[in-house]
Design a protein around this ligand. Structure first.
Ligand SMILES: Nc1nc2c(ncn2[C@@H]2O[C@H](COP(=O)(O)OP(=O)(O)OP(=O)(O)O)[C@@H](O)[C@H]2O)c(=O)[nH]1
Ligand SMILES: [Mg+2]
Length: 317
């Protein structure tokens, strides 16, 4: 039984066991007491660098990640080639499939058997805060196990996507030529999270128009010290992937040199703590919604002797 304990699993995963690592990430998804023990260890070491890729379904995110992995392993960053890279793929738009569908979505086949690469799709199976807390926890576990770079791919276009994207240090927004018409509603959210824009499928028409649209959006937005570059790629032939990798590294250098990395991470830590507080309060409330005190309060509200707000205050005391 002791083999299944989080701290033992961490040791095994740190020594290279992918089986142990998979079990750790299942613990992250599931929540519970073993999750508590795990995060206590995971948050005690500095976080890995987290690179987020986000954008509409089918934009070519996984194909790009595949190319970025190859570049990362070969070229790496200022410290040289990366010894290993982890990828977490998420589909927040399908909570009911429990992630089963993700097998088809993860198109990073060329690295499926490379032991320097760990690819995991994630769903939430019980973690109180859902994916927006489970994903940061997972990146911290991967960091604790020794990965210096974690790539997070999120599918779907909504608030959840933006939440998860904001859990990354550098966020790449992947679009296709002619994207603008279908995504009117979410433009502002994407603009807010993008550190680098990619126009993938640049082998198709309307590339120049799409670039011009993005430039215009950036011109209209408030001016910031970092202007997101727009990189054109054809992921299927790895065209532009080296330029994308370089842009990501430039952004990272900018964050580190300006002190913005620490600022961002602190903001993220605050948001994470608020998220945990909210999740814990919800759990506590659900626990309070049973038992005699609760039923007595319901009776009292029905009889008009107390209002629900004061009743809640009293229950929480
Ligand atoms: N023509 C063309 N097709 C591409 C390009 N990049 C990717 N594709 C194709 O587009 C399809 C979707 O690619 P994926 O990499 O799975 O896209 P994704 O964004 O990860 O998709 P989801 O995870 O399902 O949202 C695949 O059939 C790819 O071969 C490209 O640059 N040009
Ligand atoms: Mg994908």
């Amino acid at each position: 039984v002791s083999r299944a304990e989080p701290l033992d699993l961490l040791d095994e995963a740190h020594s290279g066991s992918r089986v142990a690592l998979a079990r750790l990430l299942t613990i992250v998804e599931s929540g519970g007491t073993r999750h508590r023990e795990l995060v206590a260890a995971a948050y005690a070491v500095p976080p890995p660098y987290v690179l987020g890729l986000t954008g509409p379904p089918g934009a070519g995110k996984s194909t790009l990640v595949d190319g970025l992995i190859a570049t990362g392993l070969e070229v790496g960053d200022r410290g040289g080639p990366l010894p290993e890279i982890a990828v977490v793929a998420i589909d927040p738009s399908s909570p009911f499939t429990g992630g089963a569908i993700l097998g088809d979505r993860v198109r990073m086949q060329s690295h499926a058997t490379d032991e320097r690469v760990y690819i995991r799709s994630m769903a939430t199976r019980g973690h109180l805060g859902g994916l927006s807390l489970a994903v940061p926890d997972a990146t911290r576990v991967l960091g604790r196990v020794g990965f210096a770079l974690v790539v997070v791919e999120t599918v779907g276009v909504g608030q959840m996507e933006v939440d998860i994207a904001s859990a990354a240090d550098s966020t790449v927004v992947v679009l296709n030529p002619g994207w603008g018409d279908s995504m009117q509603a979410n433009k502002a959210g994407l603009l807010e999270v993008a550190d680098v824009f990619v126009v993938n499928k640049a082998d198709r028409p309307l590339v120049r128009e799409t670039r011009r649209d993005l430039e215009q959006m950036l011109d209209l937005g408030e001016s910031r010290p970092w202007r997101p570059p727009i990189i054109e790629t054809i992921a299927t032939s790895a065209t532009g992937v080296a330029a994308l990798w370089a842009a990501v590294n430039d952004h990272r250098s900018h964050l580190e040199e300006s002190g913005e990395l620490a600022t961002r991470r602190r903001r993220r830590t605050r948001e994470g703590l608020i998220g945990v507080l909210a999740a814990e309060s919800r759990a506590r409330s659900r626990a309070l919604a049973h038992g005699e005190r609760f039923e007595a309060a319901v009776d009292a509200i029905a009889e008009g002797t107390i209002d629900p707000y004061r009743a809640a205050d009293e229950l929480l005391d």
